[in-house]
Design a protein around this ligand. Structure first.
Ligand SMILES: N[C@@H](CCC(=O)N[C@@H](CS)C(=O)NCC(=O)O)C(=O)O
Length: 211
């Protein structure tokens, strides 16, 4: 049985939970409470030197970085596909995923928010403006990509890695009360994906460690 080391509200862990569920893979979960810094405990650092969740213990290897984990799952368990067949389509799905994983999420991660508050002295209003800025900037680009490539979901009519990234990012935007009303295509695609059992089961509120 695979073991996912994560945290219920971690959107990177949420991405991997969705991918595992879409692939129909059973897994156990071990939680590391980010609020109390459990990601920095020596036992966990031995698994993930970056002190971030998630880590997937496949039974044979330890995998880190959610996108690398999802790509590994795709290679080991090709069906159902999370990346389309044609290389240019795969590139489009990866582009949407990377906007979330590389250009939005890292700027709003716990350690970055702590740094702008504690090291740079940002107050609550400034911190909220920072979060909104990076989410809205990324979402503006994704909205345009969905206009070009989207169908029922972010890319076409089957859920892909892009949806694995976008649904958790919208969850985060809503948690931080970011105005997402300018992104009707993102809202429609994430609503469609969220109705699928694989996404429902992965929702933070459904996890055993949820508050
Ligand atoms: N690029 C990494 C990001 C991992 C990451 O930042 N995880 C967050 C939770 S979503 C975390 O562990 N934060 C703890 C911290 O910032 O100290 C991935 O996709 O796995």
């Amino acid at each position: 049985m695979m073991v996912l080391h994560g945290y219920w509200r971690s959107t990177s862990s949420y991405r991997v939970r969705i991918a595992l569920n879409l692939k129909g893979i059973e897994y156990d979960q071990v939680t590391h409470d980010l609020r109390t810094g459990e990601q920095a405990a020596p036992d966990y650092v031995a698994l993930n030197p970056q002190r971030l969740v998630p880590t997937l213990d496949t039974g044979d290897v330890l995998l880190t970085q959610s996108i690398a984990i999802i790509e590994w799952l795709e290679e080991q368990y090709p069906e159902p596909r999370l990346l389309p067949e044609a290389p240019h389509d795969r590139a489009a799905v990866r582009a949407m995923s990377d906007i979330v994983a590389c250009d939005i999420h890292p700027l709003n991660n716990v350690r970055v928010l702590n740094a702008i508050k504690n090291d740079l002295g940002a107050n609550a209003t400034q911190t909220s403006a920072w979060i909104s800025h990076w989410i809205q900037s990324g979402f503006t680009a994704i909205e345009a990509l969905i206009e070009k490539h989207g169908g029922t979901y972010a890319f076409g009519d089957m859920p892909t890695m892009a949806d694995c990234c976008l649904v958790p990012q919208l969850y985060s935007a809503e948690r931080f009360e970011v105005d997402v009303s300018a992104y009707p295509r993102i809202l429609a695609a994430t609503e469609a994906a969220s109705r699928l059992p694989a996404f429902e089961k992965a929702h933070p509120s459904r996890q055993p460690d949820a508050d």
